[in-house]
Design a protein. Structure first.
Length: 430
């Protein structure tokens, strides 16, 4: 407890951080004093970075613009003098008890991960195992996807692409679900969730005679309200890339790659002309779009960074071979480009290679930094997680079903998987 303005030395903050990491829930008491405290701001920012459940309680009224931003989006519980204490206290207790088993598991994982880090990542300290699992439906998966952080998962199954469900894997809850249109001949092609989990886009193709249309539908979560719908003639087989703010979407389909501004329905300028695009990625703020491509009819491979709205080129550099994947670092300063058997990290401003690692072919998931990959072990239901920095296998994940999609969750140091079989299962692994 800080009664006398203790100077926030490095050692003192280290103890504070350790206490926050060992806590199940972080309760922030809002008052003029806490709103003005730089140390309180640092503490709540650390709690948010560790994905702690945040519960703001109001002791004294404070203008919202003076409260730490991470708290402004949450429901506040009022304990002011004019408020009835008992109902507020019951609300607080209910907030603390919700999904308590999951929160305990998250806390234990974070504490042990910290211990592992302090032990210089000794493999003997590893904790392989599943920490959470959800049954999301029966039947076959027709489309699925994780947001770039691996926190949010969208699953579409059966009925011509009928049932759509969206899950928050940190808060251990289903955000929303609905029955999609089931007109004859229609099927879901792909689904994507934006970083932050606020928007989702679904692509569908109707192959009925005299129809033959490809439709993109964008919804705002959690209410699943339809906010835009775009339609094109013909079938487009490609994956979706949605920017974090839900403004732009691109369909990555080789020579047929194209994008749209979801706010006005207009086509976006093609990032490259006469090029086969293999992968694309938006930066964390949606300001830049990176592509790896080959010029049509040539053996010339490159990376290109553009402004997604105008198509204006920001940077470009040549690649030694075909790039199969591209990822931005969380701070948008680096790009990780995957090749057939290697992965290289590049300075996004200078286009200079920083590191190159050997990499398994066709990984199922790659971390944003590029250091970790998850690869299916042939003829098994195992997923091998490898640290490319030193070439060591970290752990083998026993899936128990056919892997549909996987994603790393860098903030929590975990891996999320979706498997199909007799049941559709979402799981989170240490």
């Amino acid at each position: 407890m800080d009664w006398e303005g203790i100077p926030p030395t490095a050692e003192w903050m280290k103890e504070i951080h350790a206490a926050i990491e060992a806590a199940d829930t972080f309760v922030f008491v809002i008052s003029l004093d806490s709103a003005a405290s730089e140390v309180c701001k640092l503490e709540v920012e650390h709690a948010a970075k560790q994905h702690k459940r945040l519960v703001p309680v109001v002791y004294r009224d404070v203008p919202a613009n003076r409260v730490p931003e991470v708290l402004t989006k949450l429901n506040w519980i009022f304990f002011r003098q004019q408020d009835d204490f008992n109902p507020s206290f019951q609300t607080l207790l209910k907030a603390l008890d919700t999904n308590l088993d999951w929160v305990h598991g998250h806390t234990r994982l974070l504490v042990r991960a910290g211990e592992w880090d302090r032990e210089k990542r000794d493999s003997s300290e590893l904790l392989p195992g599943r920490i959470a699992e959800w049954k999301t439906g029966m039947g076959s998966v027709t489309a699925a996807g994780f947001d770039p952080s691996g926190r949010y998962a969208a699953v579409v199954h059966d009925g011509g692409g009928g049932h759509v469900g969206v899950w928050d894997l940190v808060e251990a809850r289903r955000i929303t679900s609905w029955e999609s249109s089931t007109e004859v001949g229609a099927s879901t092609q792909a689904v994507a969730v934006a970083a932050g989990g606020e928007h989702l886009v679904v692509s569908r193709y109707n192959s009925s005679p005299n129809v033959g249309t490809y439709t993109l539908t964008v919804r705002r979560l959690p209410e699943a309200a339809r906010i835009a719908s775009l339609q094109e003639k013909g079938q487009i087989n490609g994956s979706l890339r949605l920017d974090p703010t839900g403004r732009y979407v691109f369909i990555v389909a080789g020579l047929n790659t194209w994008g749209a501004n979801l706010r006005n329905g207009e086509r976006l300028p093609a990032p490259t002309v006469d090029a086969v695009i293999y992968d694309m990625a938006f930066s964390a703020n949606g300001a830049y779009l990176a592509s790896v491509f080959r010029k049509k009819g040539k053996r010339e491979f490159a990376v290109q960074i553009v402004d997604p709205l105008t198509g204006e080129e920001v940077n470009r550099w040549a690649l030694p071979e075909r790039g199969t994947s591209v990822h931005w670092s969380p701070d948008s300063t680096e790009l990780a480009v995957g090749f057939k058997n290697t992965l290289s990290r590049y300075d996004a401003t200078l286009g200079l290679a920083l590191d190159t690692y050997a990499r398994p072919e066709n990984p199922s998931a790659e971390s944003a930094s590029g250091h970790l990959v998850a690869t299916r072990v042939k003829d098994t239901y195992l997923l091998r997680v490898t640290n490319l920095s030193d070439g060591t296998d970290i752990v083998h994940v026993p899936l128990g079903g056919e892997l549909k999609v996987a994603a790393f969750q860098p903030a929590a140091g975990t891996l999320a998987t979706l498997t199909g079989g007799s049941e559709i299962m979402l799981a989170v692994w240490r």
